[in-house]
Design a binder for this molecule. Structure first.
Ligand code: SF4
Length: 192
């Protein structure tokens, strides 16, 4: 934590100075739009423009992904789109950070029962553990009928929470699997 704070402090100071200078320039009535346009053009200069779709929600806004030497350098709304006309909501506008982000977790982390630290776990081991726990929990808690004999065929002991970046195909399979197991508590982060 000390390193993080230490490495961010100079940037915070620089940003504060830059922010003050920017405020002063704006107060003089300076039009910075040409600079913003030029900065964007420089960022995407010599980039390959790849048409894509925002992964976050069912609106399906069109995006342009700019790629240089196999690396994504920018993602923005596609002005040709009849859906979003180049606009993106704040979530979609941050799609670049979904792909290019040093803070993104790239491996499974597991905290043992009663533990206080997260530890890396092999993906295959994690998948087998999840499968085993789901089966054990479902078998132990599945209710076929209520007390008066009404068919129920469900378990309330398992909850599924999906992420907004999961696509339609994934969600379709997820629903089929979980409803087949009798899970009724199925939710998505995008609605919470
Ligand atoms: S930009 Fe926003 S509204 Fe458009 S698809 Fe992405 S999340 Fe949905």
């Amino acid at each position: 934590m000390a390193n993080l704070v230490g490495s961010r402090a100079p940037f915070a100071g620089t940003a504060a100075v830059a922010g003050g200078a920017l405020t002063a320039l704006l107060s003089l009535g300076l039009d910075l739009r040409p600079l913003a346009t030029r900065a964007r053009a420089m960022r995407t200069r010599n980039a390959t423009a790849v048409p894509s779709i925002c992964p976050y929600c069912a609106v399906g806004c069109d995006t342009i992904v700019s790629v240089v030497d196999g690396e994504i350098v920018n993602i923005e709304g596609d002005v040709r789109s009849p859906i979003n006309h180049g606009n993106l909501c704040p979530k979609g506008a941050a799609t670049y950070q979904l792909h290019v982000n040093p803070n993104r977790a790239t491996h499974v982390l597991h905290r043992k029962p009663g533990g206080t630290d997260w530890e890396p776990m092999d993906l295959d081991v994690a998948m087998r553990r999840v499968a085993a726990l789901v089966k054990e929990t479902r078998d132990r808690t599945f209710v076929e009928t209520t007390a008066d004999g009404t068919p129920l065929m469900a378990t309330t002991a398992i909850f599924s929470l999906g992420g907004a970046t999961m696509d339609n195909e994934w969600n379709h399979l997820q629903q089929k699997l979980l409803r087949g197991l009798g899970v009724v508590a199925i939710e998505n982060q995008a609605r919470i």
